[in-house]
Design a protein around this ligand. Structure first.
Ligand SMILES: NC(=O)c1ccc[n+]([C@@H]2O[C@H](COP(=O)([O-])OP(=O)(O)OC[C@H]3O[C@@H](n4cnc5c(N)ncnc54)[C@H](OP(=O)(O)O)[C@@H]3O)[C@@H](O)[C@H]2O)c1
Length: 282
């Protein structure tokens, strides 16, 4: 990671972020003494793929709250972000499908303001409809739709106080449907509806951005490809049947760059919907 440049978004709330580990605490205290004010961002799915790239980018000029299930991965990331970028970081190990645990964790955060929330945690689902039991529908909808809706609702007050931004990492599957990916696409269509409704209900108070990435080179995409090469996202674009090649995908850093675009918009404007796809033609 590169050293932290001055904040670019010119925002807003007091962070009130505690350090994740003792090692991070001492580094963080020293950094806090001299650091300019940083806006506060919460990122779900922080430890892998898109969410990880977003954290690495935002840590240049934001303090961070990181959410994923693995405490070990979160603490390693928190330590690195504090040491290398001077960010104050709190890691929150949490299963986002556990409604009560999410409510308790948000209460413990006790946030005054929250400038940015990036919902990246999500799960893939591949398989023909005739093979999919209701449990699989519920598992996917729970994490991809209900979890971001529940978490956003709980954080609306600090988001409003900071004139905050909600970023939802959707998918090309939020606009189209591929055979063998109906459950995933249904979840992303629902996430799109949630974002559109939230944007209109909160217009003038909270800004809402949906990012629609095409194929991204992440552990999720590699898992999907392994399960069924004919059912990977974008198969209809000609990617089906090929062995996995990272070069056929965008990097997670490119998706993070699209999040950055939304985060850095002046407060008089909002990036509402942004579709980003691999530039490489197959
Ligand atoms: N990869 C693509 O091609 C692609 C394309 C378009 C859109 N997207 C979307 O981009 C987002 C990120 O995907 P990705 O490829 O970066 O996925 P990924 O590499 O599999 O990372 C998923 C992240 O979510 C966390 N997570 C998973 N289940 C969780 C749960 N129940 N509670 C809390 N955290 C959980 C994981 O950490 P733990 O396992 O420790 O919890 C991990 O940090 C998803 O919403 C996905 O739909 C991806």
């Amino acid at each position: 990671m590169s050293p932290a440049p001055p904040p670019s978004s010119g925002k807003r709330s007091e962070a009130g972020v505690a350090s994740a580990t003792p090692a991070a605490a001492s580094t963080s205290e020293a950094a806090v003494a001299q650091a300019p004010h940083r806006p506060l961002a919460l990122v779900t799915g922080a430890t892998s793929g898109v969410g990880l790239a977003v954290c690495l980018d935002l840590a240049r000029d934001h303090d961070l709250i990181l959410i994923a299930r693995s405490a070990e991965n979160l603490d390693a990331l928190a330590t690195a972000l504090t040491a290398e970028a001077g960010a104050r970081v709190r890691s929150v190990p949490l299963d986002l499908t556990d409604d009560n645990a999410v409510s308790a964790a948000v209460a413990r955060l006790d946030l005054d303001g929250l400038d940015v929330i990036v919902h990246s945690a999500g799960v893939e689902s591949a398989g023909a409809l005739e093979d999919l039991p209701p449990e699989q529908w519920r598992r996917v909808l729970d994490l991809n739709v209900v979890a971001p809706a529940h978490l956003t609702r709980l954080l609306l007050a600090p988001l409003r106080r900071a004139q905050g931004l909600v970023v939802l990492i959707n998918s090309g599957g939020g606009m189209r449907v591929w055979p063998g990916q109906t459950v995933y696409c249904a979840s992303k269509h629902a996430l799109r509806a949630f974002a559109d409704g939230l944007r209109e209900e909160e217009r003038g108070r909270v800004r809402v951005t949906t990012i629609y990435p095409g194929r991204v080179d992440t552990p999720m995409q590699r898992r999907l490809h392994g399960k069924n090469a004919s059912m990977v996202e974008g198969a209809a674009d000609g990617g089906a049947g090929r062995p996995y090649r990272a070069a056929d995908h965008m990097t997670a850093e490119s998706v993070a760059a699209s999040v950055r675009l939304a985060v850095d918009m002046p407060l008089d404007a909002v990036v509402e919907d942004l579709s980003v796809r691999p530039g490489q033609m197959l």
